[in-house]
Design a protein around this ligand. Structure first.
Ligand code: NAD
Length: 240
């Protein structure tokens, strides 16, 4: 009897929270979203650069864009939304972002479904990853002869990473918090469809035409909206 009660308490306090984020969570850190203000680089749209075709056509240009983005991220700081998410210490973060601001804010369990700016990988057989946030790397410098080094980023048209794991985590979550994504880039956007009907579900963005079924929409900057939601959750957990 006591064991059962203890188990129930343990289960409740080890509630599963999944936070799913997109470019909007980092916007207030000064990192532009692709479609928002400041999303262009030298008049190129992201869709003109973040593709395998663009890299095949002009790898130096694509690398230069990523160097610029890596610099932006290096100079940026995690904001109040990243920090609030990190305070949910057992939460799992699934992010479409390629920056490392969740980790820098203190989140320890982060799945990057669209890759990471801090890594490059070979285009050869082994696909070995290299950490490259120490500064620019020489083009063509690589493990296997004849292969090229490319950003370890999931480009438009490429396969999203860790989707199965992310889907399973969303499906088992008691609380799902979606932050700063238009939910228009598939298949990652489809993750919200795995959320359980009885889970508590919030979605935050500046605006949203189609709020996913069962989600409560909170319009406004993540830096204001997210701490309000997470502190209520932390409080509720504390009083359990
Ligand atoms: P998107 O259109 O899915 O996300 C932008 C969303 O963020 C919009 O819904 C907008 O309303 C919302 N938003 C903007 N500012 C916000 C704020 N301050 N608070 C809350 N919400 C805010 O994403 P995108 O820009 O088209 O990016 C597509 C993909 O490109 C991403 O999934 C990611 O892989 C990559 N990307 C990454 C970064 C990054 O790592 N920081 C930045 C840009 C793009």
């Amino acid at each position: 009897m006591l064991d059962e009660a203890l188990d129930a308490i343990r289960r409740r306090s080890w509630e599963r929270i999944v936070v799913f984020t997109g470019a909007g969570v980092s916007a207030d850190s000064g990192i532009p979203t692709f479609r928002g203000a400041g999303g262009l680089w030298r008049n190129f749209r992201a869709e003109d650069l973040a593709t395998p075709e663009a890299f095949a056509r002009d790898p130096a240009l694509v690398w230069e864009w990523y160097e610029w983005r890596r610099g932006l991220v290096r100079d940026a700081q995690p904001n109040a939304a990243h920090l609030a998410i990190a305070r949910l210490d057992r939460a799992l973060v699934v992010t479409q972002n390629v920056d490392a601001l969740h980790e820098r804010a203190g989140s320890t369990r982060v799945l990057h479904v669209h890759g990471e700016l801090a890594y490059a990988r070979g285009t050869g057989r082994t696909n070995k990853r290299y950490r490259i946030d120490g500064g620019p790397i020489a083009l063509g410098q690589c493990c296997e002869e004849g292969t090229q080094l490319r950003p370890d980023i999931v480009w438009f048209g490429e396969e999203v990473q860790h989707m199965e794991e992310a889907g399973a985590l969303v499906a088992s979550a008691d609380k799902v918090l979606v932050v700063g994504t238009s939910l228009s880039v598939y298949p990652a956007a489809g993750l919200v469809e795995y959320a359980r009907a009885d889970a508590e579900k919030f979605v935050n963005a500046l605006e949203m035409d189609d709020v996913p079924a069962g989600f409560t929409f909170r319009a406004g900057p993540a830096t204001q909206m997210i701490p309000a939601i997470t502190s209520r959750w932390l409080e509720a957990n504390h009083h359990r």
